[in-house]
Design a protein. Structure first.
Length: 310
């Protein structure tokens, strides 16, 4: 079976037989940073740049990345690269966070994104989390990253154009229209958000989270919605980690461009969404050479297992 990802145009080949390969769901060995050398532990804060954001209880810090891939000093590709240290406990995992703590994490991210988007040189802000060695995490202490760019990434530009064309042809936002048809794909929801497995999922157990209301940017969410979003992110991660213990994963936020750059009607067709990507198997020669993906678990099966994991 072959499906095409609506948002990117990439092809996904579904091959359930590949799930039987012995290495397909094998988790990577856990790589833990010792507490004494962990730069994200409070007692080692001297190892990192001074924070640009700190909660009153000092449990959540945002610091400049010590090894950024963009810089304010680069006039050609101006940018800001931050790290969100979302817990003061070295071994605490996101799925263990309390309702209030995960809510404060998302509030902190929103607060920083708001500041960054007010920089006239920033066009796009990308929030993401790498959890586990297979997801690219270089530190085992839980953290997020925020990359603020003076350019639009090509993938984002492509998705933006696809969503704009959909809006012009249908007179409505793609995600607003999609949520009317989601049934068995929904794995969790609350008053403000829903989580589902897309039918064009590139990865086994991949999940999307979208607001039920048409909102294009995290800066427009109030505190109640931020807490609601945080709880749903945590619950989805908990489902995934319960299903596959020790799994690595990425979380990516997709925002509209900076309001300062809002020269077009982005808010009409852009819908904020979150992608949770389990790192199962490896992207290898076929994916790199073709831009296509192989998914060994049908989305319908992924949704069923994630929904019923508790």
């Amino acid at each position: 079976m072959v499906r095409q990802c609506f948002l990117t145009g990439e092809l996904i080949f579904f091959a359930e037989e590949r799930a039987k390969r012995p290495q397909n769901f094998k988790k990577a060995p856990v790589s833990k940073t010792p507490v004494e050398s962990c730069p994200f532990c409070p007692e080692n804060s001297y190892m990192t740049p001074k924070e640009v954001f700190l909660t009153k209880d000092k449990k959540i810090r945002i610091i400049p990345n010590k090894y950024p891939f963009v810089s304010k000093n680069d006039l050609t590709h101006y940018g800001i690269h931050d790290v969100v240290i979302d817990t003061d406990k070295h071994d605490e995992r996101l799925y263990e966070y309390t309702d209030s703590h995960i809510g404060e994490v998302i509030k902190a991210i929103k607060s920083r994104v708001e500041v960054l988007q007010n920089d006239k040189n920033i066009f796009y802000v990308q929030v993401f989390k790498n959890e586990g060695i297979n997801a690219g995490a270089s530190q085992s202490h839980s953290h997020w990253q925020i990359a603020s760019l003076s350019v639009f990434p090509p993938k984002y530009e492509l998705t933006k154009n696809i969503l704009e064309n959909y809006y012009r042809e249908n007179g409505t936002c793609y995600f607003c229209n999609l949520k009317k048809t989601l049934k068995n794909q929904i794995i969790d929801e609350n008053e403000y958000f829903m989580a589902y497995v897309p039918e064009d999922a590139k990865f086994p157990y991949e999940m999307y989270i979208i607001p039920k209301e048409h909102i294009c940017n995290i800066v427009y969410f109030n505190n109640e919605m931020l807490y609601s979003m945080g709880k749903l992110i945590r619950n989805c991660v908990k489902r995934l980690c319960t299903l596959i213990d020790g799994i690595s994963y990425n979380i990516c936020f997709y925002n509209s461009p900076s309001p300062l750059y809002n020269k077009c009607d982005f808010d009409k067709y852009m819908h904020f969404y979150i992608q949770i990507i389990p790192r199962i198997g490896n992207i290898a020669g076929f994916e790199f050479s073709t831009g296509c993906y192989i998914n060994s678990v049908l989305p319908e099966k992924s949704a069923e297992l994630l929904k019923n994991v508790f």
